[in-house]
Structure formats: C-alpha cells, structure tokens
Design a protein around this ligand. Structure first.
Ligand code: DLL
Length: 435
C-alpha cells in the first residue's frame, strides 16, 4: 500500500494542481520583480511584466536563468529577501568555476525538508525506521536535505556523513539501520565492503536506499539492490532549487515524481530554448514557485531528461521525470559521436563487470582517443596475459556495438580504481586541458 507524506498534494487532480501552480507562480513573479533587480532587468529586456503572467501557460514568456547568471550575480545578486531573514546557506559540489551559493529562509528549509520527507515516505519510511544518512554533510545539500526529511518523518536519524566505510557498516549492524541515504556510487562501495567484511544482506536490516546526486543506470540499481538486499530508490535535486527532493521515486521505480506544487518543470530544446511537448527529450528547466530567499524562475539545469504524466500504480498524480540521461554539458563528443558515460556503464554491467571504471578522452595527432579502464572482479582476475587480452577485446567490441566507435579497453586488477564516497569522477577529458 502506498503511503504519502502529503496525500492531498501528491495525489491532487491535474486541474487543481494547475490552479495551485498558477496562483503561486503569479505571486512569485511579482516577488521576484519587486525584489531582484537582476531578474527584473532580464524581464524588462524581454518586454515582460508580472501582468503578462496570468497562468502557468504564460511561463514560456519569462526569460531563462542559467548557471552563468548565478555566477554573474554571485553571491547576493539573486537574493529576494533581506539577508537577515535567511537562516541557511548551502552550496554546489562543483569543483570548477565559482560555486553556486543558495540561501534559505526558515520557510524554504521547511518546504525543502517536506520534499525529502515525501521521498522517505515513498520509499516506505515511517517513524519506526532508522535512517542512515551517508551523504556528505556541510555545504553539500545531500546530508542536510535527507537529515531534515528524516526528522520530519520521525525516523531515528543517523547523521553519519560519507566516508569511514567499515564504521558505516558497523553502525548499520549495531543500530539496525533500515534506510540508507547516499550517492549510488557510495552505496555500491558499501555493498562491496560489506561482502569483504564477510557479511551478507542477512546480517543487516536495511530494506531501502535513497540514492541520487549523480547519474546511475538501471543496471547499477540492480547490482546495488542485490549486494545490499534492498530496494533502491532514486532521488533528484540541485542546490539551486533547494537540494535533493525536487523529485523522488515511488515503489513503481519507473521515474521520479516531481514535487510540482513547489517546482514547475519544462523541457526545452537546449539549442533554441523552445519548449518541447511532453515526452520529448530535452533540457530540464525548473521554476521554484514557493521559495522565498532564492526563487529561481525558469532555471536551466543542463540535465537532459523526459517528462511523462500518466497513471502511477502508487496513486500519485505528480508528473514523472526519467533518470537524467546526462548533462548537455557532460556529453562527450568523441570522433564526432555523442557519447554519454551512462551508455558505457550499461555495457560494463551487462558484461558482468563492476561499476568501477574510468573513461579518459584525449586528442593525439588530431584524432580523439577513448581509453576505458575497467576493474576486474576477484573472480574475473587472471594473471594470464592472453585471457586478459581476450576479455579486453570482447568488451571493446561490446562497447563499439553500443557507441559506434572503438575504445581501447584496459582491464585492471581488483581494487585499483579509487572508490568514491560522494559523487564519483568517472570521466577525464584531457582535450579541455589543452584549450
Ligand atoms: O546533487 C543534490 C542532491 C543531493 C540530489 C542528494 C540527490 C541526492 P548539486 O550538487 O547541486 O545537488 O548537483 C546537482 O546533480 O543537476 C544533476 O546533474 C545531478 N543529479 C542530482 N540528482 C541526480 C539523480 C545535488 N538522481 C546535479 N540522477 C543535477 C542523476 C543527478 N543526476
């Protein structure tokens, strides 16, 4: 049976949701117009005033905001309330360029935590659960976001943060954690370590995991589910829109329900900015209609995605987004072919390899090179050169069938690729370093 945190909202008929969105959108546009000179100037440049926005159907008239705008306006330029009304700052995990700093009033923290509470409840969480939060705490939104939601649901919350994996497993055993929250790559690492410690899923009480913050494939989901003996739920969000909980998966596991009462999604053509019809793949754009301090309108996420509205067996009416298929800025173009790391990951897991790999792209003699280092499992490991070469050839050929271009595959010994405790770094594109 499905349980809801906010049944009235999560199962709201579409017309009521549109009415609610319209009401909030009009208020939000006025709030931004009155309080954010940076965005007002963008509206004026486009010839739009708050009067032009009479319903959600008018959303497309508003200008977009992009990460470049956030950098331009850093740190306070998009703040819509006096600083004294803010109670929290969080920041992106980005390692390049200026970090994005997001501000929250108490109302913003509350609505964010409600979103993560919805995710925990959709994953089967109740006040009887023990939630182990192994996302990083600090400026990153993962730890704080799930922590707050877990409190709201009344779960016993273990604020572990990421890292110290054996201790994570020790606590999991001793305190009987039932829900694990972390990045999927860290969940895979925890699963691997559990088995190395001579334990099996029968030795722990975990029943569910809430994993997000980075792309992960269905194949990886199945592998984590098997190694930890759980059902793995996806969760999506970004610092700019508050953090995790913009969208969350229910038991059907066929996409993430978007919390549409707070975030209106659109899919646009990343090149032209044109709004695409439902079901098309394009760039995901969000308008935050409830946030007070940092209320981004039409924010371009760069995540490539598809939206579908249909009947869900859980009873929720909230529109669903598919797993992000990559970022429009993460897509690699190798020898003219578009390549997403997730395509490579799919082949690796299908061929029985672990999701421990590193993709390296470079350009030599004006030609792109693609090298993929893949870790062998202990069972796959062989010290016979010929065995390894045969396996490398077979894997390169399977990847070529998927991508249309030939990689050079290097099978490396077990445990030789650095594990991630947060967001995994799986691509090194050296071509950019030469620019
Ligand atoms: O990663 C917020 C978060 C924390 C989400 C914990 C889920 C769980 P940022 O560091 O600002 O915020 O990174 C946001 O991460 O634009 C996506 O590209 C990617 N991302 C987030 N969730 C998913 C997911 C957090 N479930 C960026 N699947 C987003 C794929 C995801 N990519």
């Amino acid at each position: 049976m499905a349980n809801y945190w906010h049944e009235d909202i999560e199962c709201m008929p579409l017309e009521d949701m549109r009415r609610l969105q319209t009401e909030k959108l009009k208020k939000q546009v006025q709030h931004v117009w009155d309080n954010v000179p940076y965005y007002r100037a963008k509206m004026e440049e486009k010839g739009v005033t708050p009067d032009d926005i009479q319903s959600v159907d008018d959303l497309h008239k508003l200008p977009f905001l992009s990460k470049a705008d956030l950098r331009d306006a850093y740190p306070y330029g998009l703040l819509a309330v006096p600083l004294t009304d803010c109670v929290r700052i969080q920041s992106t995990s980005g390692t390049t360029g200026k970090r994005v700093v997001a501000f929250y009033t108490q109302h913003d923290v509350d609505l964010w935590e409600d979103c993560t509470a919805r995710a925990i409840v959709a994953a089967g969480g109740t006040a009887d659960d023990v939630v182990q939060v192994a996302y990083g705490y600090g400026l990153f939104t993962g730890g704080a976001g799930l922590h707050g939601g877990s409190h709201k649901v009344g779960c016993l919350t273990l604020p572990m943060s990421s890292g110290n994996t054996e201790r994570q497993i020790q606590f999991m055993c001793d305190l009987g954690s039932t829900i694990l929250c972390c990045t999927p790559s860290y969940a895979a690492y925890i699963g691997e370590t559990l088995h190395e410690m001579g334990l099996t899923p029968d030795d722990i009480k975990l029943k569910a995991g809430i994993f997000g913050a980075e792309p992960w494939t269905e194949e990886m989901r199945r592998s984590i589910e098997a190694s930890l003996g759980i059902k793995a739920f996806d969760i999506y969000g970004l610092t700019e829109t508050s953090g995790p909980g913009v969208a969350f998966e229910c038991g059907e596991q066929t996409g993430m329900h978007i919390n549409e009462d707070h975030f209106i999604p659109e899919i646009i053509d990343p090149d032209t900015g044109e709004v695409l019809p439902e079901g098309s793949v394009g760039e995901l754009v969000f308008t935050a209609i409830d946030k007070e301090a940092f209320p981004l309108l039409r924010y371009r996420t760069r995540d490539l995605c598809k939206l579908t509205r249909g009947k869900c067996s859980c009873g929720r009416t909230l529109i669903k987004m598919c797993k992000p298929m990559g970022r429009s800025d993460d897509m690699l173009i190798i020898r003219g072919v578009n390549v997403f790391p997730s395509q490579i990951e799919t082949v690796l897991i299908e061929q029985g390899y672990s999701p421990n790999y590193l993709i390296e792209v470079d350009r030599k003699n004006n030609s792109d090179t693609l090298d993929i280092s893949v870790e062998m499992t202990a069972e796959q490991f062989s010290d016979k050169m010929k065995d390894v070469q045969d396996k490398e050839r077979a894997l390169a050929s399977a990847i070529k069938t998927m991508l249309g271009i030939s990689p050079k595959v290097h099978l490396v010994s077990p445990k030789s690729i650095t594990r991630s405790e947060g967001k995994a770094v799986r691509v090194i594109d050296r071509r950019k370093l030469h620019d």
